[in-house]
Design a protein around this ligand. Structure first.
Ligand SMILES: [Zn+2]
Length: 299
């Protein structure tokens, strides 16, 4: 938990161009676009079973509920901002292990799934009011590069051809029973920069062949880093920065609004995790600046 505060402090000190805003909590109605009413209610009132809480991995408290709601709210807010600005981020989120009806692996609500459904709903309403019927649904790509599979996200969007879920993850890492996403890339223990970046290139090529997204969510987990306690991979700071740059560049070349969520990071040294994330935000800022220059030129 300490990493969030450290990151926030370093961002304010070192990237003062970043504009930070406080996120509103996601409402019951927003959460219910993905989660079952019974699960939302059990989280809200602290009536989850002991087993359900064990699977989430931290104890219930009013603060835990508040945090989970605001984390989804931040991804919603960043989604709207990215449509306007090209790039926006949640300084948390990427809680991709949450299913419709249960939490798991430090994830309570699935922020990216909730935001995706809300953006699709708002988009459909705008299409209807503009009487434009060519496009039936907003197409969203989720590029999940956290070291753990985005199993909740894959499960939520299974069989939905409006959302493409791409996950690159450690084959032998949690979750040990993986869900089938649209594109799953299993990486061996000890995977290094070159092998990883090659796999990423192939995955983006395949995404391109199979899907035409209008929006991108990027889960930039810091846990593929070699100093991570849980990651089992061996990416360096430079390798992870190249990864980030590749994803941002891919979206930028296609002028696809990109919403960044942080996802995991459990460094033996917490400073290393924060450093990986600082590098991600520096890359994000540079692409945000490109968007602003481009928009100023064309407007
Ligand atoms: Zn992770």
């Amino acid at each position: 938990m300490g990493k969030y505060e450290l990151l926030r402090a370093r961002l304010a000190a070192e990237l003062p161009q970043l504009q930070a805003e406080l996120a509103l909590p996601a409402s019951d109605g927003e959460l219910a676009l993905v989660h079952t009413p019974a699960y939302i209610e059990a989280v809200q009132h602290g009536t989850l079973s002991a087993a359900a809480l064990r699977e989430i991995g931290f104890p219930w408290s009013p603060g835990m509920v508040e945090r989970a709601r605001r984390s989804s709210g931040a991804t919603i807010m960043a989604s709207r901002t990215s449509v306007r600005d090209g790039v926006a981020a949640n300084l948390a989120g990427g809680t991709h292990h949450a299913y419709r009806d249960k939490g798991s692996g430090f994830c309570v609500f699935n922020d990216v799934a909730v935001a995706t459904r809300l953006m699709q709903t708002e988009w459909a309403r705008e299409q209807a009011s503009a009487r434009s019927s060519q496009e039936r649904s907003l197409r969203v790509a989720v590029i999940d590069l956290d070291v753990h599979q985005g199993n909740g996200t894959a499960s939520i969007f299974q069989g939905d051809d409006t959302v493409f879920t791409l996950s690159m993850h450690g084959a032998r890492n949690f979750p040990f029973r993986k869900e089938a996403g649209d594109l799953d890339v299993d990486l061996p223990d000890g995977c290094g920069d070159d092998e990883y970046l090659h796999a990423l290139e192939q995955a983006l090529d395949e995404l391109e062949r199979r899907f035409e997204p209008q929006r991108v969510y990027y889960l930039a987990g810091a846990d593929p880093h070699e100093g991570d306690r849980l990651g089992r991979l061996k990416l360096t700071f430079d390798g992870l920065e190249a990864r980030d740059r590749r994803v941002f560049d891919w979206a930028w070349q296609r002028r696809l609004p990109l919403t960044l969520a942080m996802a995991g990071g459990y460094g033996s040294r917490i400073e290393d995790t924060v450093q990986v994330q600082m590098n991600t935000f520096a890359v994000a800022l540079s692409y945000w600046q490109m968007w602003q220059r481009w928009q100023n030129r064309v407007s």
